[in-house]
Ligand binder design. Sequence first.
Ligand SMILES: C[S@@+](CC[C@H](N)C(=O)[O-])C[C@H]1O[C@@H](n2cnc3c(N)ncnc32)[C@H](O)[C@@H]1O
Length: 228
Amino acid sequence: MVPAMHRLALITLIACGTPRGEPSAPPPAVPQPEHHSAMHHRFDHADEWAKVWDTPERDAWQQPERVVAALKLGPRMVIADIGAGTGYFSVRLARAVPDGQVIATDIEPDMVRHITERAAREQLPNLRAVQTPPTDPELAPASIDRILVVDVWHHIDDRDAYARALARALRPGGKLAIVDFKRESSHGPPPEHRLPPDEILGALTRAGLRASLSATELPEQYIVIGAR
Ligand SMILES: C[S@@+](CC[C@H](N)C(=O)[O-])C[C@H]1O[C@@H](n2cnc3c(N)ncnc32)[C@H](O)[C@@H]1O
């Protein structure tokens, strides 16, 4: 029987990985559908994940204030945080849009419970958590100003279909930001599940968005922006 904390450490390694290098293919001239398989992994026991994700150690490499700044938020905006987990970004977004709204989605009911309780505890009435199916963000068409997707894209199966659903949910002028791990990052999933930014740029372009790599540099991750 593996003790609970050892199990968590093992799961963390599976989710966050160890440094391993793999040469990446040169970017295709025309965006092609991606070929990296999705990483399937349960994220239940939100309170345990909070001890891993909501930590000063993560703050140091995650640099959340720079990610939020890259979104160029207005105080009344409606924002969706897709695969919000324990609400690491959702609470920061909710504080940044005091007269707006944040919808935090996750496929795990325990993450939804955790964020709902966290929003009440941190007095953020503009933050609402909803459980969604793995294939559909369930956002109303043209209803969202900003969408943030951090460390989630590599868990999604049909990323082209998901990108189309997110593009539909954006208001004209709206923006989507996908943050995921660089190939050489010391955190993140195993190499076979790491996505080159070109793959995400292709999916967003095929979904009809103007896709570009953000000028905001993070130590461990890249940020891909899709604009409607
Ligand atoms: C590595 S965590 C990232 C959590 C959060 N975004 C953060 O940066 O702290 C990935 C989260 O995405 C959720 N997830 C995985 N696949 C999903 C999908 N298809 N739709 C929505 N959430 C998903 C998982 O349940 C988990 O909470």
